[in-house]
Design a protein around this ligand. Sequence first.
Ligand code: BTN
Length: 258
Amino acid sequence: MSYNFDKSLYFSALKTKRFGKEIFIYNEVTSTNDVLLKENFAYGSVITAYSQTKGRGRSGRNWVDDGSSLIFSIVLTGLSIDMLMPFNIIAGFSVCNGICLYADAKLKWPNDCIINEKKTGGMLLEASFTGNEPSKIVFGAGINVYNKSFPEDISHRATSIFLNSKNKDIKKELILAATLNSMEEMLDKYKNNQLEIDKLWADYSAYINKKISIHINGEKKEMIEKGINPSGELIVQDIISNKITNINSGEIGYDFNG
Ligand code: BTN
């Protein structure tokens, strides 16, 4: 299948200075993150593809889709190691803003996109390093856009924009442009100390002040999500001991528990 991506629609909505000004559209790649990590592209370049043969998810998982998704990655430089986690959160805010053109998306920490308690998008931030500092940062997202149904084994936890939008004329080009507009603006503000991710989190979180269950090292714990701190770590409160803990490991999975 060849990837129909309407570049003029995309550019009509793109309001950035640099993000996504260069866009490369592929029918098939191994992984859009891989292409940007392995080859040299200008700052802010974006790759989108119809399909990936080796799409990666977090924690070593695969990311598989059937051509119904918006798949893209962007390459950046100039973020210090301390900025990676905050940027990951900012990128999550931005993808939510893009999806919100059509449906009310929220976040599950650090940046799974959730609509009506089901996942509609996943994101993966990767970097190559020179010494201890990132030399290249690649952020990729896979968003379920047009899926009309999901396989039975995942239908209880996966959804798409199509399934949640009144407007069925959904344009992936507009979602991508809105995401990049928001990402560039928020990152600029963050760099100028004009954006506090910990304050904004409450607006985007699907689970703020709700009971969640967190899986840490094979153990399941009941917690209340209290928010995030300025570094992007999740703040949780143990339901039994009331102890507050900050969580920063990518290995933690947590699911909504009512
Ligand atoms: C997750 O939910 O575990 C993260 C999924 C990230 C998938 C996207 S699709 C575009 C980019 N390329 C990849 O190989 N992965 C990310």
